[in-house]
Unconditional design. Sequence first.
Length: 145
Amino acid sequence: MEIQTLEVRPQQGYPVYLYLPQQTLLEVKNGDTVRITVSYSYRGPAKTLTLYGAIGHKLVWFDEKVNGSRQISLPDSQSWISRTDYVDVLINTAQIPAGTGYDMYAKFMEGSSDLVISPELYDVINVLAMNPEFQNFQISNWAKV
């Protein structure tokens, strides 16, 4: 399984899509949703599994800050079938502080057991601070009043 695309769904405005494998840096803010799309091949009995995605920092282990999950139903198949699915992760700055260089991964779980884990993507998410920001601040006119 590999992470194929990232998508940011802001609270207002239009979604932004980033197609991997080019290591693209995604900037998000509190309230945005990151959609992690995975691609994989499957064969086996029909199953309902949990697709789980997490954003955090890879240290000795993966220190998850925020995560999301959803149920995926896989069909019975005796031959390999290619599929893509997604999981949404809400950015909540009470759980993931503003900062740079966050990592991510995805996995399939059956109950509490991990079945398959994607390779981790490093330094792909920056969480922006909610501080006021200004651009192009300049004097535009002056007059005697």
